[in-house]
Design a protein. Structure first.
Length: 349
């Protein structure tokens, strides 16, 4: 008995000295019905050193079938006993951005990848991204994705989403060229989705140190991607290889009628993202070292202003077309609170 205990202690110490190569962060909210598929796709990866960090963002579970995050994790752990799976519980819902932050703060991997809990990793995803990160000494690896749609999805939506998701800039970019490829869209630029990418730990740490705590349920990818692309030193894009399965579903931006006040406010909360981004860009303008640098940052600001107007217009359209008469005035007040009276009036014109 003592010998066995001693050997287990030695193995534990040896394991603690082996660094984890990749941490896979999976925020979870109201996706229990498909969560097992997601986790199994990660746990079944042919990679020798990774962990899964699950952040339960106060997810409601599925009452009828008694599905909960913990019960699903236990099932997956039984099927994959050698995989390190950690679960972190939020006491209240904090939104996707903060769940990703929590996942990172509880991770120990040299590299980080984010997987949405209603999506999946394709086979060999971790090994492929890691090998290319190491081989190219990149702190930002971007690969392609497979997309699934519901059978009744409109063709123009399919095409629009496919074009966005599969926009990967092939080859290596360095320093400011990374941000330019992200901000100034063309056929040769890359998308702003957070997933299907592998980031160095130092890069993710730098980004979350810059972003204040905030609650938003829309635009979190834009916020994170802005800083990932701004701070990254070396990017490699590999459009020929798909590592991620994106299960497209209609979100809160596409409700057609009778959305609730809570749903409407969630959509308006994207304005907090622009508050953070404009504040950061304005601070950058105060510290410019040259006219060229100032012009570049002003161009970033212009792009953000156009994106901001697009989101605000979407909220106005949602107010006019998707909010019931009884909720109209309250939702209008919410919209003005988030976006401001001046922007609301100017966009109405």
């Amino acid at each position: 008995f003592h010998l066995i205990s001693f050997l287990l202690l030695i193995l534990s110490l040896m394991h603690s000295n082996i660094s984890t190569k990749i941490s896979v962060c999976v925020p979870v909210y109201a996706t229990e019905a498909v969560l097992k598929n997601c986790l199994c796709s990660i746990a079944g990866q042919n990679f020798d050193s990774f962990e899964i960090i699950i952040v339960d963002d106060c997810s409601p579970g599925v009452q009828n079938s008694k599905l909960s995050v913990n019960s699903i994790v236990k099932e997956v752990q039984k099927e994959f006993p050698s995989v390190c799976i950690k679960t972190v519980q939020h006491k209240k819902n904090r939104s996707l951005l903060e769940a990703r932050r929590t996942g990172f703060l509880n991770s120990c991997g040299d590299f980080i990848t984010f997987v949405d809990s209603d999506d999946e990793l394709l086979p060999n995803a971790l090994s492929f991204m890691y090998e290319n990160a190491i081989k190219n000494q990149a702190d930002f690896v971007h690969c392609n994705s497979q997309i699934t749609f519901t059978d009744d999805e409109k063709d123009f939506i399919r095409q629009e989403i496919t074009d966005k998701v599969q926009q990967v800039k092939d080859g290596i970019l360095e320093n400011s060229d990374i941000m330019s490829s992200f901000m100034f869209k063309s056929e040769k630029s890359h998308n702003g989705f957070v997933w299907a990418k592998l980031y160095s730990r130092d890069l993710v740490n730098q980004v979350f140190n810059e972003i204040p705590m905030m609650y938003c349920t829309l635009g979190e990818d834009l916020c994170l991607s802005f800083f990932f692309n701004l701070f990254a030193k070396k990017y490699i894009g590999l459009s020929q290889t798909k590592v991620y399965k994106y299960n497209y579903a209609t979100g809160i931006t596409s409700y057609h009628k009778n959305i609730s006040i809570k749903q409407f406010e969630h959509s308006c909360s994207v304005s907090t993202v622009f508050t953070v981004l404009f504040s950061y860009v304005n601070d950058l303008l105060q510290t410019c070292q040259s006219k060229d640098e100032e012009q570049t940052i002003l161009m970033y600001k212009k792009v953000l202003q156009e994106k901001c107007k697009t989101f605000a217009k979407n909220n106005i359209e949602m107010l006019e077309n998707s909010v019931s008469n009884e909720n109209y005035q309250e939702c209008k007040a919410i919209l003005i609170e988030y976006w401001g009276e001046n922007l609301y009036r100017s966009l109405q014109k």
